[in-house]
Design a protein around this ligand. Structure first.
Ligand SMILES: *Cc1c(COP(=O)(O)O)cnc(C)c1O
Length: 442
């Protein structure tokens, strides 16, 4: 039995894991072509052919929409911008409620706040960490205007049921697909299951252009409103047949030609990169040794998960060992990843803390000092952001382990090292329990 690194033994590996770098010669060539053209953006904030941006932007939008079987793609400079534009396009405003997930990156919640609407947190389903249809149903009021569904970690939410609930109440469904490119739900790509789907091209995501994003939709009115909000709507409404001035206040959410060009090349690589994640994760799961209290959280059989992250459920009571010490032991065995030094090994406890526990919600202060949108006089509902409102989220956050040992840059031999670290922990559970008993939990 080999001694754990945490307890003074040698670690399984010290050589950094290979970097998750999939920017190559094609992207470089594309960027040089765009540089040579001298046109790094061709957007104009007036009603003109160039209102829709340059050649790369328009080609990127067409290609992305085709690949997601969507009628329209509207590129933006981030998924955050895309979520803001989508909430605006849906006509959300003061007094409205938007049902959101508490277990997500903050932008999927602040998008509602940005239009002075009140986020209402529904709970997650612990089987996929996405919004639970039952919890959504319980949170709907006559003020509910939209639902922002997040396909968290790359696992699609239970869309059939969510869409049915939304349709019955005439509610717009926005899918946050930042973590789920190339994921499918009952054979259909995510993004067009609801009214609008928003993707990220941020550096941390499956494919990237540094920063960037795109919204897909099959609805021509929504597509038009998204384009308006992206590009100075207020200046462009005159002379156009705009049926509503609601939220026709624009931003500059425009994507540059260089990012759009890189995005086109990356889109071409996305299926291969996601497939590689799937293969790597299958290898990891197939070979994960048995560790007390640890269980793989399986993907539903009607989805194709795209594995932004993978989840292991951990029962500390059954194992007789806290999650903190288990993770500490794994961290001591494993190195960091090239290009990500300072981030630690690609495994940790939980994800983000439930969003309603952030100061913005606890203090109910967002825009200005008058408590808007929470205390806005147009708002007639009752706000509750107390700890305990989403028990499944809080429980998941306190118990799950998330990891990224399926990144496309990893070879099976790299994953073997990670599996070896788990095996070492499993062999040394008694020593770890004793370590914890000696007061070494933190
Ligand atoms: C990354 C992420 C975003 C934000 O994406 P950006 O392109 O960085 O703005 C939004 N939602 C989720 C779920 C994300 O993971």
């Amino acid at each position: 039995m080999s001694k754990l690194a945490l307890l003074g033994g040698d670690p399984v590996r010290t050589e950094l894991f290979p970097a998750h770098n999939f920017i190559g010669a094609e992207e470089k060539q594309k960027v040089m072509e765009i540089m040579d053209s001298g046109v790094l953006s061709r957007f104009l904030g007036v009603w003109h052919d160039d209102f829709h941006g340059g050649d790369e932007v328009q080609a990127f939008e067409r290609e992305w929409a085709d690949s997601y079987q969507a009628a329209y793609g509207v590129s933006v400079n981030s998924c955050t911008s895309g979520l803001y534009a989508a909430v605006g396009a849906a006509g959300v405003g003061p007094g409205d409620e938007v049902i959101v997930s508490p277990y997500t990156m903050t932008a999927s919640v602040t998008a509602a706040v940005a239009f002075n609407a009140v986020p209402v947190f529904a709970d997650i389903d612990p089987k996929n960490f996405c919004l639970s249809p039952d919890s959504i149903r319980a949170r709907i009021t006559e003020r509910t205007k939209a639902i922002i569904v997040v396909h968290l970690f790359g696992h699609p939410a239970d869309m059939d049921e969510i869409i049915e609930i939304a349709a019955a109440h005439d509610i717009t469904v926005i899918e946050d697909c930042a973590q789920a490119p190339a994921a499918t739900y009952r054979g259909r790509p995510v993004g067009t299951l609801g009214h609008m789907g928003v993707f990220s091209l941020n550096y941390h995501k499956h494919i990237h252009s540094g920063e960037g994003g795109i919204v897909v939709t099959n609805d021509d009115r929504l597509a038009d409103r998204l384009r308006m909000i992206r590009n100075h709507a207020e200046a462009v409404v005159t002379g156009r047949e705009i049926d509503s001035l609601v939220n026709m206040v624009g931003f500059n959410f425009r994507l540059g030609e260089i990012e759009a060009g890189i995005g086109r090349v990356q889109l071409g690589k996305s299926q291969g990169l996601v497939d590689r994640r799937r293969d790597n994760l299958a290898y990891f799961n197939r070979n994960l040794p048995s560790v007390p209290g640890l269980r793989i959280s399986p993907a539903a059989d009607y989805v194709d998960h795209s594995y932004y992250a993978a989840v292991l459920n951990y029962d500390a009571a059954a194992a007789g060992l806290s999650r903190d010490v288990l993770i500490k032991a794994l961290h001591a065995e494993l190195p960091e990843t090239r290009m990500r030094k300072g981030h630690g090994p690609l495994i940790g406890g939980g994800y983000v803390k439930p969003i309603y526990l952030y100061p913005m919600f606890q203090e109910q202060i967002a825009y200005g000092d008058k408590g808007c949108p929470f205390k806005c006089p147009h708002y007639k509902g009752e706000i509750n952001y107390a700890a305990g409102i989403c028990p499944e989220t809080e429980k998941a956050h306190a118990t799950i382990i998330t990891h990224e040992y399926m990144q496309p840059s990893l070879a099976e031999s790299d994953i073997d090292d990670v599996l070896h670290a788990f095996a070492k922990v499993a062999e040394n559970m008694d020593a770890l329990r004793a370590f914890e008993q000696d007061g070494n939990r933190d």
